[in-house]
Unconditional design. Structure first.
Length: 255
């Protein structure tokens, strides 16, 4: 069973690429970020024809998340309960025996800004909610664009990025606190190629130079850890014409 996360950076632009990727890889569940579509514009018929049911939570121009699954998802939650937020960043649902949370973490802009403060508050609210979700749903995955590079090995130039957004001590501490709930970074359960990134800037030939960050993650609960047989970043879509700046991350579960 494959589950994936992908920041598509505009589903209106990237829908053909998504459909082609789904046809090739046949994942059971996919969460999307930065769909940048209102719900009335979401391509439900096209995805249904591809074999996927969709739950969408979007807004015009910015943000937007979705949960695609081959079987119906239930117990849908949109955004973090109890955390007032006008931005469409979280969608959760139960697919089979799995609780799937897809999230588009705030960027944060820069330390000391209002957007960074919002990111810190959002991360704290997310952690407390995920803590309660784990009690109800031990078989849980938290997938998405975290906008956090957890360690220096997740950054192409750790010295240049030290203290910069995505790499601040505060953001990394929040990531560690998520792991402290009993979650595991699926990608790091396996030996991986060095310099493995999931995002490359559009500028300065960053992809060609492989100057990127690993900021898209899949965390799995302790109950699911024994079932994880693989986790990989699929760089090929980043080579597409007019690609997203993010690559999909895929986890494979046995059984």
């Amino acid at each position: 069973m494959k589950l994936a996360t992908w920041n598509v950076n505009s589903l209106a632009v990237r829908l053909p690429q998504l459909l082609a990727w789904l046809a090739e890889h046949q994942p059971e569940v996919v969460v999307l970020q930065e769909t940048k579509l209102t719900d009335d514009k979401f391509p439900l018929p096209e995805l249904a024809e591809a074999g996927y049911l969709a739950q969408a939570y979007g807004q015009k121009t910015y943000n937007g998340v979705a949960l695609l699954s081959r079987e119906p998802a239930s117990d849908i939650i949109k955004n973090i309960p109890g955390f007032e937020d006008p931005q469409a960043r979280v969608i959760a649902g139960t697919v089979g025996e799995l609780r799937v949370i897809g999230a588009y973490f705030p960027n944060g802009q820069a330390p000391g800004t209002d957007k960074f403060d919002y990111k810190m508050r959002w991360l704290q609210a997310l952690r407390e909610w995920v803590r309660s979700e784990l009690v109800r749903y031990p078989r849980l995955l938290l997938l998405g664009d975290y906008n956090i590079a957890p360690e220096d090995q997740d950054v192409y130039d750790p010295v240049a990025w030290a203290g910069q957004i995505h790499c601040t001590p505060e953001e990394r501490e929040h990531f560690r606190q998520l792991l402290g709930l009993g979650l595991h970074d699926a990608f790091r359960l396996f030996e991986q190629p060095p310099k493995s990134w999931s995002w490359w800037d559009y500028r300065n030939l960053a992809f060609r130079k492989n100057q990127g960050l690993r900021i898209d993650h899949i965390l799995v609960s302790e109950a699911l850890r024994p079932q994880v047989t693989a986790c990989a970043i699929d760089k090929l879509p980043r080579k597409n014409e007019r690609p997203s700046d993010h690559a999909p991350v895929v986890v494979t579960l046995q059984g």
